[in-house]
Design a protein around this ligand. Structure first.
Ligand code: ITT
Length: 232
């Protein structure tokens, strides 16, 4: 339990709230610290699945705002040759056009037997943007007949954070194999055909919590939140 003196600043703030009379113990203050007083942070993504993963990963620490929450409905161009470059474009777009400090992530699935493809082209590998069924069909087709030991792959996530005029980068990755058919209906994107080395099943068969614990995005976000905790 933190020292009550640490709450003095918040008490001043709370004095202006109508419901102060109900705040009769430190547990209530702690609740407010974790919820109503949580800091906002903008996540520059149009992908609802990624947004929901991030909200879960940062729950209790940050209130993650979406692009819609800040009135941004732009189709931000992702024209860089690397996932780091695309993450940079998205974060800079939000900062330049909307003025918010923010972070973005870009993720690629790198399959060794395909020379690292789809990589930066993961979203539209099958020809149509964000059509996961087509993307998976193409991967399974290209890997047809390739034995398990040569189906090695990894998800790699690059996060770019723009904060107080500075840019910071974080990376997370998870090694695994591409399965020969779909498994499970959980997650999104390529999750049904990716089995991490440290798990017995595909991402598609995991709960959100199980995936977040070992995923590329979970690992990159852990570094981001660790960094943010040194700044608050
Ligand atoms: P934003 O650019 O709006 O953030 P996006 O869908 O384009 O969303 P990414 O560029 O980061 O997201 O990822 C490219 C694709 O890679 C994405 O559309 C999915 O097909 C796949 N992908 C990303 N993260 C994944 C994950 O955790 N599990 C499975 N597939 C994933």
């Amino acid at each position: 339990m933190p020292c009550p003196l640490e709450y003095l600043g918040k008490l001043e703030y709370l004095e202006n709230l109508e419901n102060l009379e109900y705040l009769d113990n430190l547990a209530s203050l702690e609740y407010l610290e974790n919820n109503e007083l949580m800091k906002d942070i903008v996540f520059a993504t149009n992908n609802e699945h990624k947004l929901s993963e991030l909200r879960q990963l940062m729950a209790g620490k940050y209130n993650v705002l979406s692009l819609a929450d800040i009135g941004c409905h732009d189709d931000i161009p992702e024209t860089a040759a690397t996932i780091e470059g695309n993450a940079m474009i998205k974060a800079q777009w939000v900062k330049e056009h909307y003025g918010y400090d923010c972070f973005s992530d870009d993720t690629g699935l790198e399959i060794d037997a395909l020379g690292g493809e789809p990589g930066v082209h993961s979203a539209r590998y099958g020809g149509v943007a964000h059509d996961s069924e087509r993307n998976i069909d193409k991967v399974l087709h290209l890997l047809h007949g390739v034995p398990l030991e040569r189906r090695t792959a990894r998800f790699r996530t690059a996060i770019v954070l723009i904060l107080d005029g500075e840019t910071h980068q974080f990376e997370g990755k998870v090694e695994g194999h591409i399965l020969t058919e779909r498994h499970g209906a959980g997650g999104f994107g390529y999750d049904p055909i990716f089995k991490p080395v440290e798990a017995e099943c595909a991402f598609g068969e995991m709960t959100a919590e199980q995936k977040n614990r070992i995923s590329h995005r979970g690992r990159a976000v852990a570094k981001l939140t660790e960094f943010l905790s040194t700044r608050s």
